[in-house]
Ligand binder design. Structure first.
Ligand code: OAD
Length: 243
């Protein structure tokens, strides 16, 4: 249960930032990366999520993405996604930053979402750099091709790639400027996302973490709430509504 200070801080916050990771979507059924059944326990990211892997075997990489798209497609946003969308509607200055590529925040009603690692429903032409949505399921061709005849890649960030500087600058500006930050369902081990809560803290924000276990940032946050994101956010919603 969130403590009274957290509830009051959130009620009175003017500029709110939420940072999410795979844990927010876990209760919807999306696999996380580093948990017990995490994707990186069973699959080697170097074979599936690097530019070198894609160059070596685009078909293999796309088969893996096609499989993940098939898992994600029927899944619904959970209470956590919905709470975040509701908070956005009721906060004048609000930024959602996510490391997730599943699109469940948008499906849950979030409008303004800074996607640090891209989106699994978008593709990018490796020749022209053009980005567009591709929702076919299963994909008609693996690998899918652009109208220009060139190969398409998932519009996601792979290991060894830099994040889009414009996207990063939105995220940095929001965390530097916020007075309340909530970090939900991330192991906080992947940079630069993992350091965003530290920047918020250094700039005077009240920072809360929600996770089923302690993480490397648990020691620096103002409150570390241990439990499932959907359940804790459900309680928090109830509290800030004044019930
Ligand atoms: P991880 O799989 O590393 O971490 C998920 C976190 O969610 C863990 O700390 C879990 O304890 C927590 N968790 C699991 N279920 C939860 C629940 N129901 N409620 C709350 N917390 C829960 O995923 P990320 O931190 O998102 O990057 O990983 C960061 C990046 O690493 C991903 O975006 C991906 C991956 O490699 C790329 O693909 C570029």
């Amino acid at each position: 249960m969130p403590n009274i200070l957290t509830i009051n801080k959130l009620k009175n916050a003017k500029r709110v930032v939420i940072l999410t990771g795979a844990g927010i979507s876990a209760e919807s059924g999306v696999p996380t990366f580093r948990g017990e059944d995490g994707l990186w326990r069973n699959y080697n990211p170097h074979e599936l999520a690097t530019p070198e892997a894609f160059e070596r075997d685009p078909r293999l990489v796309w088969e893996w993405y096609n499989w993940r798209r098939e898992i994600i497609h029927p899944l619904e946003p959970n209470k956590g996604h919905r709470f975040i969308a509701e908070l956005e509607r009721n906060t004048s200055c609000f930024t959602l930053i996510t490391q997730n590529v599943d699109g469940l925040h948008q499906k849950g009603g979030s409008k303004n979402c800074v996607e640090l690692h891209g989106n699994i429903w978008r593709v990018r032409c490796v020749k022209e750099g053009r980005v567009f949505g591709l929702l076919d399921l299963p994909l008609k061709d693996i690998p899918p091709l652009c109208g220009c005849g060139s190969i398409l890649r998932p519009d996601v960030v792979w290991f060894g790639e830099s994040l889009d500087p414009e996207v990063m600058s939105k995220a940095y500006n929001a965390v530097r400027d916020c007075d309340f930050m909530m970090v939900i369902g991330t192991s906080a081990v992947v940079q630069p996302a993992g350091s965003l809560p530290l920047i918020a803290k250094e700039n005077g924000a009240y920072v809360v973490e929600i996770n089923i276990e302690k993480t490397p940032i648990s020691g620096i946050v103002d409150e570390s709430l241990i439990g499932k994101a959907g359940e804790i956010l459900g309680k928090l919603y109830h509290e800030i509504q004044g019930h």
